[in-house]
Design a protein around this ligand. Structure first.
Ligand code: ZN
Length: 315
C-alpha cells in the first residue's frame, strides 16, 4: 500500500544533501531485517535468534562505517507473572565530541513476537543507521557527542532504554542534551508527526528544551515543503525514561492505530477512515506494510535534527 503522489515532495538542495539522499537508501535495511525475520520464525523479539541476527546486522553496518558498537546487557522479566529472566542488550555506538552535551539518538531494535516488525520498528532502525553512516561518509565531526542507540525489549515494557537511563549517573543525566526517538517511520497510510515538546498543541510537554527539539524537526519539514503535525508524548516509546529523568526529548512518528482523518488525507494522501498502520503489532507488519518514500523523508528529518543538535550549545 502506498500513498498517491501529493506533489509536495520537492526538496531544497541544502536540506536534501544534509539528508544524504544520494547515498544508500533506508529501504535496504528494511529488506535485510525482513530477511532476518523470515529466517528466524518470523520475528525479531528480544531474547530470540531473530533479535541476535538483527543486532549482528546493525553492528556490521556500524563497524563497516568506522564505529565501535558495544552491547549494553540487561535482563527483564518475561512477563508480569513469570519469574523467568530474559537476557537482552542495547547496542550503542558513539561519535567523538563533548560528552558535556551528549545527544542520544535512539529507537527500538526488537519486534513483537507476533510478526517481523518492519514498520515497528525496522523503519526507525533504518533511519538511525542512515544517519550514523551519513555522519561518517560526510566526515561530520559534531561538537557534541552523539550516541546512536538501538534499544532492546521495548515491546516487552521499554526495558532497554530504561536500563540505559538508570545506569547514568546524575552528572551524566545533566550532561545529556537531548534524546531523539524514532519509533515507526514508514506507516503505509502514514503521516509526518513530531512530538509536541512543550505540549502547546497536544498532550503534556517534555522537560525544558523539548520545544527546541520539536522546532528543529518542524524546520526541516518546512524547508522541504512537507506538511507535518504535532503528536503527543503518550508514554508508549523509549523517550519515556529520558523525559522521566528530566532529559529533553523529541522525535518522529508516522502513526499506528488511529484512523486517518480527511484533513490528514489533504496533507499526506492516503485513505481516510483507515488506520495509519493497519498491521500494527500483527504478522502482516512486513516489508509490504511500509511506505519507503515516507521513510526517506523521515530519515532526512532525523539526520538534519541530529546534526543540528550535534552542533548545538546549551542556551
Ligand atoms: Zn515500536
Amino acid at each position: 500500500m502506498h500513498r498517491p503522489a501529493v506533489g509536495a515532495r520537492k526538496r531544497s538542495g541544502r536540506a536534501g544533501s544534509a539528508a544524504g539522499l544520494q547515498g544508500p537508501q533506508p529501504g535496504d535495511h528494511l529488506e535485510a531485517l525482513q530477511r532476518i525475520a523470515d529466517d528466524n520464525d518470523g520475528n525479531r523479539a528480544s531474547g530470540t535468534s531473530g533479535y541476535e541476527a538483527s543486532a549482528r546486522y546493525v553492528e556490521e553496518q556500524l563497524r563497516a562505517a568506522g564505529y565501535t558498537p558495544v552491547r549494553q546487557a540487561f535482563t527483564f522479566r518475561e512477563n508480569r507473572r513469570s519469574r523467568n529472566q530474559v537476557e537482552s542488550f542495547n547496542i550503542l555506538a558513539e561519535t567523538g565530541g563533548s560528552a558535556a552535551n551528549t545527544v542520544v539518538v535512539g529507537g527500538h531494535l526488537d519486534s513483537v513476537r507476533r510478526g517481523p516488525g518492519i514498520n515497528d520498528n525496522a523503519s526507525g532502525v533504518a533511519a538511525i543507521l542512515e544517519t550514523a553512516l551519513w555522519f561518517k561518509e560526510a566526515g561530520i565531526a559534531p561538537a557534541n557527542k552523539v550516541v546512536f542507540a538501538f534499544w532492546g525489549a521495548e515491546e516487552d515494557g521499554l526495558y532497554g532504554s530504561q536500563h540505559y537511563v538508570d545506569q547514568l549517573s546524575s552528572t551524566e543525566k545533566d550532561r545529556t542534551l537531548a534524546n531523539l526517538n524514532v519509533d515507526m517511520l514508514a506507516s503505509p497510510n502514514g503521516v509526518r508527526s513530531v512530538h509536541d515538546g512543550d505540549g502547546s498543541d497536544v498532550g503534556d510537554g517534555g522537560p525544558e528544551g523539548s520545544k527546541e527539539i520539536e522546532d528543529v524537526f518542524f524546520r526541516y519539514f518546512e524547508e522541504n515543503s512537507l506538511p507535518a503535525e504535532p503528536t503527543p508524548f503518550d508514554g508508549g516509546s523509549d523517550y519515556e525514561a529520558f523525559l522521566q529523568a528530566g532529559i529533553p526529548g523529541g522525535g518522529l512518528f508516522s502513526g499506528d492505530r488511529k484512523s486517518k482523518t480527511e484533513a490528514q488525507v489533504q496533507s499526506y494522501g492516503g485513505t481516510a477512515g483507515q488506520d495509519l498502520d493497519p498491521c500494527y503489532h500483527r504478522a502482516c507488519d512486513t516489508i509490504g506494510n511500509t511506505d519507503t518514500e515516507l521513510l526517506r523523508e523521515m530519515s532526512g528529518a532525523l539526520a538534519y535534527a541530529t546534526v543540528s543538535l550535534g552542533m548545538a550549545t546549551r542556551g
